[in-house]
Design a protein around this ligand. Structure first.
Ligand SMILES: O=C(O)CCC(=O)C(=O)O
Length: 346
């Protein structure tokens, strides 16, 4: 991402030093020297960002309309998030979807709640990709009565393909144009107060907010040393830094990083670039869909450190296995929606 002028910088030498120790930590996670050097860089970066005082919250740009050419030039190529205001206000997903409607039409469907480390706010159960399986009707009933179960990264649209026509597929295809390969759909449904912690992934996406209000926070990779993700080689990264507890001593300097914020209303479409760190709070009961696509350019340029870690130290799945999973269309692991969401077009 091209950092907005008002956001504080981290010296390139410190970013480079952190990248080196971070990459090495994937191979030598317990090595004392690696740990000590990585910590020393983190402390220098924390001292540096603290010099400018507490972090600022800068609003993501909101535009009324955006042509595909403008989108690519101003946001896709520079890896900058943007809200396209009410772009989906007339799409059937925004006009017609409701908890009642979903309950009546699809209430018997068994849905699974994703339970991946770093992506849910309760302690994941070891070795399980999802915490629970329950009928959609029961899940939605708890959403509307203040329950805190949250359906994240769900393959709901793969299970109910007729819902795909409630999106303007042409829009989703034309915005990235030939540079964006495929589209994946993952649904998020949760009540007020539900939360997805700080994470990122190699693929960019449009988030279509069909219902409710969502507050997003974004932290650029400029501050990777402060976020200090664990070197676990996953297909996504997570950080235990918490925007609601920025003074946590586990992430020195986090209270002093600048971040971006986007508050989504029904019908808004948000663009989130490759590797952009984000966490999300639902301010009211919400339904939203992550419409992801492959954009190799962004994967390479938005964080070379995370790209290299993914290619050379990825496990579970490895980089190659991840690509093969993506190319296959019949994976049972797609049940979780997270590891290999189905690609709907090329
Ligand atoms: O809406 C949410 O809670 C999280 C969305 C998200 O993190 C994603 O689509 O990657």
């Amino acid at each position: 991402m091209r950092l907005p002028a008002e956001m504080r910088r981290v010296p390139a030498s410190e970013r480079g030093a952190f990248a080196m120790w971070f990459l090495l930590s994937h191979y030598f996670p317990e090595n004392r020297l690696v740990k000590a050097r990585q910590l020393a860089v983190r402390q220098r970066v924390a001292a540096h960002v603290r010099r400018a005082g507490r972090g600022r919250v800068i609003q993501v740009q909101r535009v009324e309309s955006l042509s595909p050419e403008q989108f690519r030039r101003q946001y896709l190529f520079s890896g900058t998030p943007v809200i396209i205001s009410r772009a989906a206000i007339d799409w059937p997903c925004t006009k017609n979807w409701s908890f009642d409607g979903f309950s009546k039409l699809y209430g018997d469907l068994a849905i699974k709640l994703v339970n991946q480390k770093g992506l849910c706010d309760d302690e994941p159960i070891d070795g399980q990709e999802f915490s629970e399986e329950l009928p959609l009707r029961d899940f939605l009933a708890q959403v509307t009565t203040g329950g805190m179960k949250y359906m994240r990264f769900s393959p709901l649209l793969e299970m109910i393909p007729e819902l795909l026509k409630d999106f303007d597929q042409k829009y989703l295809k034309e915005m990235p144009g030939p540079l964006g390969l495929g589209t994946t759909f993952q649904a998020f449904i949760g009540g007020a107060g539900t939360f997805t912690p700080l994470h990122n992934s190699p693929t960019p996406f449009f988030f279509v907010n069909a219902m409710g209000v969502k507050r997003w926070a974004f932290v650029p990779n400029e501050y990777l040393a402060v976020l200090n993700p664990p070197p676990e080689g996953r297909g996504y990264n997570y950080s235990t830094a918490d925007v609601n507890n920025p003074d946590d001593p586990a992430h020195p300097g986090f209270e002093s990083v600048d971040r971006l914020e986007a508050v989504l209303e029904p019908g808004d479409v948000l663009y989130v670039p490759s590797w952009m760190w984000h966490c999300v709070q639902n301010e009211s009961p919400t339904i939203g869909v992550r419409c992801g696509f492959l954009y190799p350019g962004g994967m390479l340029t938005e964080s070379q450190t995370l790209f290299l870690a993914r290619v050379f130290a990825g496990k579970n799945p490895t980089f190659l296995q991840g690509i093969l999973n993506t190319l296959r269309g019949d994976l049972p692991s797609r049940e979780t929606g997270l590891l290999a969401p189905k690609i709907f077009r090329w």
